[in-house]
Write a protein that binds this ligand. Structure first.
Ligand SMILES: O=C([C@H](O)CO)[C@H](O)[C@H](O)COP(=O)(O)O
Length: 210
């Protein structure tokens, strides 16, 4: 089980500072969608150059032009690129094919997918690397989480790795770990803590104990 740090509400210098603090405890650093919107793929490039030993995920949440956008993120140095599960199969296929050309991986974000079980089966058959259940900020604010969704995809996904994101904190991590995802994605649960390094270290300890 791997730990991914999601960076959403920072600029590039702030992102570097946070990664410096917690790099010993994380496997993947995510350049979050708001950071890409604010800073562009330059953020991916700069973080990969500064931390070559970490995998970098570009959270582009691709909905169209799968091959082209994956090509651009790959050129910027991303190791993993996100595509939305709600989009059409041809976009996901294009993204996967392009990722293979560059030796990169595709994580499909199932945010707001209504027919989760059926869509997870379909997406799994498209040869993606990760399928991720995700409760975004806006539904987190309404008290929702993706813990049950994780159990659903764990039952039907046979090829891809499974991941979970959305509001995971130290207090809720044990319940997440219980469902055995391959990847746990944490943003505010680390970046919102006064001692980010301690929070990340404790999360890594809990994950490694499994
Ligand atoms: O993908 C995300 C969100 O849609 C904003 O871009 C976050 O990276 C993801 O939710 C993880 O962050 P936390 O919810 O703060 O753990």
């Amino acid at each position: 089980m791997k730990l991914q740090l999601a960076l959403d509400l920072v600029n590039i210098p702030e992102a570097k500072e946070v990664v410096k603090e917690v790099q010993a405890y994380i496997d993947i650093v995510e350049i979050g969608t708001p950071v890409v919107i604010n800073e562009g793929l330059r953020a991916v490039k700069e973080i990969k150059e500064a931390f070559p030993n970490l995998d970098v995920l570009a959270d582009l949440k691709i909905m169209d032009a799968g091959a082209y956008e994956v090509m651009k993120a790959s050129e910027a140095g991303a190791d993993i690129i996100t595509v939305l599960g709600a989009t059409d199969d041809s976009t996901i296929r294009g993204a996967v094919e392009e990722a293979r050309k560059h030796g990169k991986k595709i994580l499909v974000d199932m945010i707001n997918v209504k027919n989760l079980e059926e869509r997870a089966r379909e997406v799994d058959a498209l040869g993606v690397d990760y399928i991720c259940v995700h409760t975004g900020y806006d539904l987190q604010a309404e008290g929702e989480n993706s813990f049950e969704q994780l159990r659903v995809i764990k039952k039907v996904v046979k090829n891809a790795k499974t991941a979970i994101a959305g509001g995971i904190k130290l207090a809720t991590l044990p319940e997440v770990i219980e469902a055995s995802p391959d990847l746990v994605i944490v943003g505010g649960g680390i970046t919102g803590q006064a001692d980010k390094s301690a929070a990340a270290a404790e999360m890594k300890r809990l994950i490694s104990a499994r």
